[in-house]
Every structure is written in structure tokens, then in C-alpha cells.
Write a protein that binds this ligand. Structure first.
Ligand code: PEP
Length: 234
């Protein structure tokens, strides 16, 4: 069983989500399918597809205009929240400390955080990929986290760019993450790969050791693109 998570970013509509869920409900798969959608679309019910948000506030409640708490996300019936996505880190200056605070809020409200880590192109070119992954994993996971978290390795230079690392690079990153998680007492935590996944490369990527599924951006918006990813692996 693999985890196939979609990230709609700031795209879509409630009717588009209902239509996607309708299409996904007839897909014959044992894989776990999650759709992380804008806050306004949460609350759409499905027995087959779990929903999640793309962020949660680092605060519990109160005077934080425009923010949405993990308790509010849980109140919609959503079970997951992406935290620390590359675009949040880039455009909202989210650090590992902020991401950890958000993951803590998610866990406190019964939401499984999908914690994203990954290197920028500058960091990759400076030979810092493994260092960035290690600090991202160690510093973004709450210290008292149980195994109810998901990690997504997303090389930031490859997101939305149609680029993917080599299989060897993905394996090296995922093996490092699996070893760090074991060292943190979190062996068995699922680790997803994300960045430019599509129907034509999904099966190959998910055959790489320690890749437990994928986080899909652009190709999760249309059923014709997303369903082949879901059915590419048993
Ligand atoms: C993402 O946004 O998490 C992502 C992986 O995007 P894309 O698949 O479009 O590269």
C-alpha cells in the first residue's frame, strides 16, 4: 500500500473537488489517497478519499486574523495537513521552528501532519543536500511526536519545474530520512517523494527503496492525470 497525496495549492473549486472525488470513488486501488485542498473546500465528504489542508496556524486560537487553526481544520473532518511546503518556506519565511510549531498544533488536534523537507537549488549546488534534509527532519518534527506523522521529501528546485532528481539521488535522500527517523524512535514513518511526479514516472519513483508514496502538485488537479498515478502501483 502506497500513499498518494495531492496538493491542489491555490487552485480548484468546491465543484471541481466534488467531481474529482466522484471520479476517484470508482478507482480500484488499495493505495491511500489524500487530497490537500484550499481551506474553503474542506468539508467535502468521501469514504474513499481523505482530505487535508495545505497549512495550519502555529497558534491555537485568538487574534491572528486570516489564520486557520488545526482545531478548525479538524472540525471540517479533514485528517491531514501539509506543513512546511516549499512555497510556504519561500513566500512566508517559514523556518523549521515554525514548521515544528505547526506540526505540534496538528498533532494536538488529531491531524496527521505531512511535514515537507528539501533543498533549494543553491543548497544543492553548494553540496548541502544531505545537511538540509537532516536539519529539516530533526528540527521540523515535534520532539514528542508519535509515529502519526508523514514526511515528504521534496527537492525544492524540482517542484513544478518538470525536473526530477536521479533515482540514486532519491534513494540516497530517502535512506537518510529513514535512518534519521529510526534514530528519533520513529521507524516506520511513511516518507513520500514529491516534485514533478506524473503518470509516466510514478511507478518507477515508488519502486525506489524507502519511498512510501508520492506528494503530487500539478498532476493532482485533473482526474486524467491523477488516476494513472494512483493506479500505477498496487
Ligand atoms: C508540490 O507542490 O508539492 C509538488 C510536488 O508540485 P509538482 O508535483 O507540481 O512539482
Amino acid at each position: 500500500m502506497k500513499i498518494i497525496a495531492g496538493n491542489w495549492k491555490m487552485n480548484g473549486s468546491r465543484s471541481a473537488l466534488e467531481s474529482m472525488i466522484h471520479d476517484l470513488e470508482s478507482v480500484d486501488t488499495e493505495n491511500k489517497v489524500i487530497l490537500c485542498v484550499p481551506f474553503t473546500m474542506l468539508g467535502v465528504k468521501s469514504d474513499r478519499v481523505a482530505t487535508g489542508s495545505q497549512d495550519v496556524s502555529a497558534h491555537t486560537h485568538g487574534a491572528f486574523t486570516g489564520e486557520v487553526s488545526a482545531a478548525m481544520v479538524a472540525d471540517t473532518g479533514a485528517k491531514y495537513a501539509i506543513v512546511g511546503h516549499s512555497e510556504r518556506r519561500a513566500y512566508h519565511n517559514e523556518t523549521n521552528d515554525i514548521v515544528r510549531a505547526k506540526a505540534t498544533q496538528a498533532l494536538a488536534n488529531g491531524i496527521t501532519p505531512i511535514i515537507c523537507v528539501g533543498e533549494t537549488m543553491d543548497e544543492k549546488q553548494a553540496g548541502k543536500t544531505m545537511e538540509i534534509i537532516e536539519s529539516g527532519v530533526r528540527e521540523s518534527i515535534p520532539t514528542d511526536a508519535s509515529s502519526d506523522i508523514i514526511i515528504a521529501y521534496e527537492p525544492r528546485w524540482a517542484i513544478g519545474a518538470g525536473l526530477t532528481p536521479t533515482d540514486a539521488e532519491i534513494e540516497e535522500a530517502h535512506t537518510l530520512i529513514a535512518n534519521i527517523l529510526a534514530d528519533m524512535g520513529l521507524a516506520g514513518t511513511p516518507v513520500l517523494y514529491g516534485a514533478s511526479v506524473k503518470g509516466s514516472n510514478a511507478a518507477q519513483i515508488m519502486s525506489i527503496p524507502n519511498v512510501d508514496g508520492v506528494l503530487v502538485g500539478g498532476a493532482s488537479l485533473k482526474s486524467d492525470d491523477f488516476i494513472p498515478i494512483i493506479t500505477s502501483v498496487k
